[in-house]
Design a binder for this molecule. Structure first.
Ligand code: T4K
Length: 373
């Protein structure tokens, strides 16, 4: 049943309360609230099994995970990291925090990901790593990046913040690259309220990351520089409970996505992200791009939806390369076009079909009105 409650771009997956409360009580009785407690260790094991990963580090958020993975490179200060301008600001901020410089390359207009050929052209002797983002959980050109990274001997770190549960040819998306980072923020398909993870896929980085997350302490002594980026027991226990429900969440999101597509797919001027073949997708976002005669009319659609208490989001707008602190004089034509015309529609398990239909009809009606003027 549709209601008049505001509809946001997402709504968090929540644990079943009585079960969660019982486990929180156990944590308080144990009085072990952080620093590698039993819930964290259990979550690490369960996530490794669920995502088919060998080596996962858990952190307090995805931004910290990006930061820690970049510091583990031990690159010269000021070295360059090639990435996308079409991402959340955390991607560029983590690079800056690590004392490195983001170099932006253009994206593919259909998948919204950077492509390996564009990256190859941007490599210089200052390049310390390539950091592609699997935008909205849509896998990048994994083979292309792997080949490039090996040929140039440059580490590959994927920002897989949106990639929980995505598989490519049966392999977890997080298995790719030297490291892959995940966000487990409340707005993601799977959440620990705040949380992040690094799948460490190449030997050599693990010791540095484990040590860096915990003040640089080795054998009880601060041996190296480090920060406090640890996940608490309360966040971990939420993660344990949400893990029981995430498959159902993804199934329900697929139904919502199918329903949107059924209604909107054939409408001229509406374009949808091209998901790579052989992908088991997680339906983390539902982006629609306004093209042809609807190009440049995004704010009109937003106003119509906002008037009905519906709040889609302009992920990702503006481009990172247009922010004052990162401004570069580059055309980045495809990224700019997508960024100016994209809108992420609400998608989450509890969104009912009548609301999906209402949103779709508002979009179709608005497109018709714009066509007629
Ligand atoms: N790399 C990429 C590619 C990323 O997209 C992100 C984060 C990161 C790295 C860094 O990961 P984290 O450090 O965050 O783990 C949100 C999220 O905060 C952010 O995690 C996410 N990407 C980004 C794409 O979206 P905002 O500022 O748009 O969120 P906010 O608070 O406006 O929430 C959006 C809507 O969600 C709200 O209108 C209502 C709903 N909502 C939100 C929260 C937090 C809820 O219903 N409940 C909630 O608890 O950034």
């Amino acid at each position: 049943m549709s209601s008049n409650k505001p509809i946001y771009v997402t709504s968090p997956l929540l644990p079943d309360m009585p079960d969660l409360l019982a486990d929180i009580e156990s944590i308080f009785l144990r009085k072990m609230l952080s620093n590698n407690g039993p819930c964290l260790l259990q979550l690490k094991q369960e996530l490794q099994r669920f995502l088919n990963l060998k080596n996962l580090a858990l952190l307090n958020n995805g931004t910290s995970a990006l930061y820690a993975s970049l510091l583990a490179l031990n690159a010269e200060p000021g070295s360059e990291i090639i990435t996308t301008p079409f991402s959340f600001v955390a991607t560029a901020h983590a690079i800056t925090a690590a004392g490195l410089k983001p170099i932006f390359v253009d994206i593919d207009p259909d998948t919204y990901n950077i492509d390996a050929n564009a990256v190859a052209l941007a490599i210089t002797e200052k390049t310390a790593a390539i950091m592609p983002v699997h935008v909205f959980g849509n896998p990048c050109d994994l083979k292309g990046f792997e080949a490039l990274s090996q040929a140039e001997d440059i580490p590959l770190i994927y920002d897989a913040a949106h990639g929980f549960g995505v598989e490519m040819d049966g392999n977890s998306l997080l298995q790719f690259g030297d490291m892959s980072i995940l966000s487990m923020h409340a707005t993601k398909v799977y959440n620990t309220i705040e949380g992040g993870a690094i799948s460490i896929n190449s030997v050599g980085y693990q010791k540095d990351i484990d040590c860096f997350i915990n003040f640089g302490i080795v054998d009880a002594l601060p041996k190296y520089f480090g920060m406090n980026l640890k996940m608490s027991e309360l966040h971990a226990v939420v993660g344990l409970h949400n893990l029981k429900k995430v498959e159902e969440e993804i199934k329900n999101r697929k139904k919502i996505s199918d329903r949107y597509l059924e209604k909107l797919n054939q409408i001229p001027g509406f374009k949808f992200q091209l998901i790579a073949p052989h992908v088991k997708y997680n339906f983390s976002y539902f982006p629609i791009q306004f093209t042809n005669n609807l190009k440049g009319r995004r704010d009109h659609f937003i106003n119509v939806l906002n008037e009905k208490n519906i709040f889609p989001r302009k992920y990702f707008s503006p481009l990172l390369s247009d922010l004052e602190m990162y401004a570069v004089d580059q055309s980045l034509t495809q990224a700019r076009n997508v960024s100016e015309n994209i809108l992420c529609l609400p998608i989450y398990s509890e969104l009912c079909f009548s609301d999906v239909d209402k949103i779709s009809e508002l979009l179709i009606h608005t497109a018709q009105v714009l066509e007629d003027v």
